[in-house]
Design a protein around this ligand. Structure first.
Ligand SMILES: [Zn+2]
Length: 332
């Protein structure tokens, strides 16, 4: 199920209406000099998010001003995630909600629409990304691939979206959110340069990324890899025997040394591929486990967006014959 343009614009209207209601609810509060400082929010206010990549942006941009909690944790597939009663209660109690959008959280759509209708400020971080950054799958133009975080430059747009949204919710601190967003974006720009460098070190004939599902198209576009997902854009679609045989042929022809599993997707298709290649005399390894739609455990380096991309780029470069520093981008 993909969302129609009409559906998207109606969601946007809901979001705009919700913001209007939220802003009229602001109250005048004196600052420490006893003067009215314009509308301000009691801090910390609560923000509820869906996937870790979105949580990470909000934590960096909101800083101490918000308590941020994410619903979809490490190793959990957002395409298939159904919100629990507890999640719904958490979403309803939040002051602001952010999600990825482009139907990544497919099974949460109804809950998110209902929430928007209730007048709560709710934002898809991909909603205001310049469409020139968005990919549409072949034969399905008009619908966008949701895995935007895989292109660091495109994801910087989402950082700006969060800063603008928090500035709308809490206008007196809009400048602070903008500064936080700029600082985080600068870190992401050096991450982008690191990923470009290590992927470029992979020999040309091995610049092919075979993974469990189609989450890496943005990564391939940004960093110069041909990308092949065994399952489609959503893990809801199943790979057939024919797909597997076609990919075995590709592995045998290219002599690709490694394919990759993903932390949030079952590895049976990747294993079938390796066995198929072995039956035709090709040795293909599992090059590592990539963070596609979920980050690592919270509190670890891989549990941050930068750590996630560093891990992926460093793992891919090494397994496909490129060079990457011993301890990756941040020496971690
Ligand atoms: Zn995905």
């Amino acid at each position: 199920m993909l969302q129609s343009p009409a559906f998207r614009s109606s969601m946007l209207l809901v979001v705009v209406a919700a913001c209007g209601i939220a802003l009229t609810g602001c109250s005048e509060t004196p600052n420490k000099d006893g003067q009215a400082s314009g509308s301000t929010r009691s801090t910390p206010y609560t923000v509820v998010t869906t996937v870790g990549m979105v949580t990470d942006i909000v934590e960096r941009v909101a800083g101490e001003r918000a308590e941020v909690s994410g619903i979809i944790g490490t190793g959990v597939d957002p395409h298939l995630y159904k919100p629990t009663r507890n999640d719904i209660a958490q979403l309803q109690a939040a002051d602001v909600v952010f999600y990825c959008g482009l139907l990544l959280e497919g099974k949460m759509t109804d809950a998110l629409i209902k929430l928007g209708r209730s007048g709560k400020p709710i934002y898809a971080v991909t909603e205001r990304i310049d469409p020139k950054y968005l990919l549409s799958p072949e034969g399905d133009e008009g619908h966008h691939d949701p895995h935007v975080w895989m292109d660091v430059t495109a994801w910087i747009q989402a950082v700006r979206v969060v800063a603008e949204a928090l500035g709308e919710y809490d206008p007196p601190h809009a400048e602070e959110y903008r500064v936080n967003a700029d600082n985080y974006s600068a870190e992401l720009e050096s991450l982008d340069a690191y990923v470009k460098g290590v992927i470029a070190s992979i020999p040309g004939e091995h610049r092919v990324l075979v993974t469990a599902h189609d989450a890496f198209n943005y990564f391939g576009r940004a960093y110069g890899l041909r990308v092949v997902g065994i399952q489609g854009l959503s893990t809801e679609s199943e790979a057939g025997l024919e797909d597997i045989n076609r990919l075995v042929g590709l592995l045998v022809e290219t002599g690709l040394p490694a394919v990759f599993v993903e932390t949030s997707v079952a590895d049976r298709n990747v294993k079938a591929l390796i066995e198929g290649a072995a039956a035709r005399g090709a040795t293909v390894k599992i090059g590592g486990s990539l963070f596609s739609d979920a980050m690592g455990a919270s509190g670890t380096y891989e549990g941050t967006y930068i750590g996630m991309l560093d891990h992926n780029a460093t793992t891919i470069a090494r397994a496909l014959g490129g060079k990457a520093p011993e301890r990756g981008f941040r020496d971690k």
